[in-house]
Write a protein that binds this ligand. Structure first.
Ligand code: MD3
Ligand code: FE
Length: 214
C-alpha cells in the first residue's frame, strides 16, 4: 500500500524488475532548479504537440534539451540536432538536469551514465501515452532516467511483448525511475492523467526522460 493516500517518503526505492527501479522523491531537492530551467527551456523551445507517423497529433506536448532531441512527424520517429520548429539546435542541457540524471543513474547501479538527450513531456488532464518501447536510441546498453513533476500519473510497466500484462505503478511529484539492462526494452505507457491540480504546477504533469541517444 504505497500510494495515493500516503505517498511514500523521500529515500524509498522500489524494484519493478531486475534492472528497473523507482527512487521515490529523489528529485525533490532539485525541484526549484528544475522549474527555473524548464521556464528558460520553454522560452527557447516551446512545448508542441507533434504528429505521429500514423498522422495523429500526440495528446502529450513535448520539447527537448541536450545535443539530441526526439521528434516525430509523418516521416517517422528520430533524434535530431536541430529543433524542427526553430531551425536552431536544441537548448543545451541545464547543469542541474545533467547532475540529477547522473546521480539517479548512479543510485540505481549505472555509474557511467552520460545523457546526451533530455525529452520533456507535458501532460494536461486527459493526456496519455500508449504502450510503446523506446527504440530510437543508438545503443540499448545505457539506461534511461525518468523524472516526474506535478500531478501524479499511473505508469504502465509492461513486458517484452505488447500484449504482456502491465503493472500499474503510481508516479508522484519528485519520483525518479531508472531502467536499463534486461528491462531497457520493456513496453511502457502512461494512463490518461486525472485532474488533481498540484500545489506547485497546477493542472499539469511534467516528465523528463534522459537518454544516451547518439
Ligand atoms: C520503461 N515517457 O517519453 S518514462 C517516453 O512519463 C516515455 O512521460 C513516460 O515513456 C512519461 O518515451 C514514461 C517512465 C518509465 C519508467 C520506468 C520504465 C519508463 C520505463 C521501466 C521500463 C521501461
Ligand atoms: Fe517511453
Amino acid at each position: 500500500m504505497n500510494g495515493e493516500l500516503f505517498p511514500p517518503l523521500e529515500g524509498e526505492r522500489e524494484a519493478l524488475g531486475p534492472c528497473a527501479f523507482v527512487l521515490r522523491g529523489f528529485a525533490l531537492p532539485y525541484v526549484d532548479e528544475l522549474l527555473t530551467a524548464i521556464s528558460d527551456l520553454e522560452r527557447n523551445a516551446p512545448f508542441r504537440h507533434m504528429v505521429t507517423p500514423g498522422g495523429f497529433s500526440m495528446s502529450v506536448a513535448l520539447t527537448n534539451c541536450g545535443a539530441l532531441g526526439w521528434t516525430t512527424d509523418k516521416r517517422g520517429y528520430r533524434y535530431t540536432e536541430i529543433d524542427p520548429d526553430s531551425g536552431k539546435p536544441w537548448p543545451t542541457m541545464p547543469p542541474a538536469f545533467d547532475r540529477l540524471a547522473r546521480e539517479a543513474a548512479c543510485a540505481a547501479g549505472f555509474p557511467d551514465f552520460r545523457p546526451d538527450a533530455c525529452l520533456v513531456n507535458r501532460y494536461r488532464p486527459g493526456a496519455r501515452l500508449s504502450l510503446h518501447q523506446d527504440k530510437n536510441e543508438r545503443d540499448y546498453d545505457a539506461p534511461i532516467v525518468s523524472v516526474s513533476l506535478g500531478m501524479s500519473a499511473v505508469f504502465l510497466f509492461g513486458g517484452h511483448e505488447r500484449g504482456d500484462k502491465a503493472l500499474k505503478v503510481p508516479l508522484h511529484h519528485g519520483d525518479v525511475a531508472v531502467w536499463g539492462g534486461e528491462d531497457r526494452l520493456r513496453y511502457h505507457g502512461v494512463m490518461p492523467i486525472k485532474d488533481h491540480p498540484h500545489f506547485l504546477l497546477g493542472s499539469q504533469r511534467i516528465n523528463f526522460t534522459f537518454r544516451k541517444a547518439g
